[in-house]
Design a protein around this ligand. Sequence first.
Ligand code: SF4
Ligand code: SF4
Length: 459
Amino acid sequence: MSSSEQGQGQSAKLIDLSSLKVSKELLSSCIHCGLCLPACPTYLVSGLESQSPRGRILAVAKSAEEGSLSDRAAQHLSSCLGCLGCQTACPSGVHYEEILDSVRPQLAARRTPLLATLMRFSFAKVLPNYWLLRLLGYLLHFVQILGLTKLPYLLRAIFPDSFKVAVKVIAKLCDFVTFTPSMRLPRSLAKEIERTRKKSRSEKMPPLQFFRGCVMDVFYNHVNLDAVRVLASSHNLQLPKQTCCGALAHHAGDSDLAVKLAIANIESFQNTDGEIVVTSAGCGAMLKSYEHLLQGWQETALNEDLIERARLFAGRVRDFSEVYAASLKDSDADEFISGGRKKVAYHAACHLAHAQGVRSQPEAILDYLSKVGLIERVELENSEHCCGSAGIYNLINTETSLAVLDAKMDCLEKCGADVVVTANPGCLLQLEAGVKARRQNVKVMHLAEAAALKNSNPG
Ligand code: SF4
Ligand code: SF4
């Protein structure tokens, strides 16, 4: 992994850390035992201590002591996936996420103005706008079918240095985005919810508000449709007005924007006490952390009413697997469906397993599908290791992202799966890119699609 790659988009300057919000106690809770190292994908692919959780915590501690974030420390921290595998593995309970979050604004301040503007525009205007995001998907597709994906790379040479990182991100986007079947034939989620409501026989089903997500809704609209179909028999589904969850903005250090989006969602979802279901693990993790986000933000920290509403909101958020697993009854599994059983492996999305601690429910769904004879489970080694997607990490730290993906694809190849199931649009895109690159005959699926197999094979 080249250090230049990690430093791209960052101007060579020391960043003042006097405003760094990380306590000495938090930093000193790391006893440097190294037990987290085998769980860290960037350490595993680089073999470098500086690319490990322990190395990164030391880099933050040293920077806090010196009052500035050096180029070197910034490179080590920028190469972190934020997957939180280390947090799960740490026996001392070090809250790595808090340490990483504390330096995100300082890392953001190192971006070139053009990259910063491009990111802000994407997070504030494109992601929350369904039609603009769709338009972007179509544009990328046309670039791909016209065979022009290499054009931005070629044009890089004529751009001044300050433009090069932004051009590289655009070039990677052209390369990377898959034109999914959902993009070809989108269906209205609102109409599907209306249709399922009309079909439902009971008025007394619990309300369930659906959070559609931006990337999931545009690129994987069929996943949301499947989720609606499988949840409709046990819930009264509703689709409140909503916006982007703010996860990508937050991870990029743009807390102003993340807070603004969080407040808009809290306002929109407050009409019922019912649960809020989400099919995207990244969105789910963000929605569940709204209270924490608002507490940490100086302009909202003193607004107790808002913090309380954020707490109530966060407490209602459930991943699709949590809601669907709770609706499964053992007796339903008595019916055995025969037929060609696909070998299915499960890749645990970091934002589901590590950030939300949701592990048993996806397993329960897949065990159930196995019990009724629809699938055959196969174990994926290191299933909780990141696939290298990590928001827009794959666009910015492409080399490391691909090395991390390579390790994941090796495990996938070894287990002989026909299908790999996961729970996050970023993982779906990344794994599809891995399958395509290796020309593997493996289908990448969301858990909701796997759950919908039961509906399409009713005994
Ligand atoms: S983060 Fe935890 S596991 Fe890793 S070195 Fe520190 S104390 Fe050990
Ligand atoms: S968040 Fe992931 S990549 Fe970053 S230090 Fe922890 S395990 Fe490594």
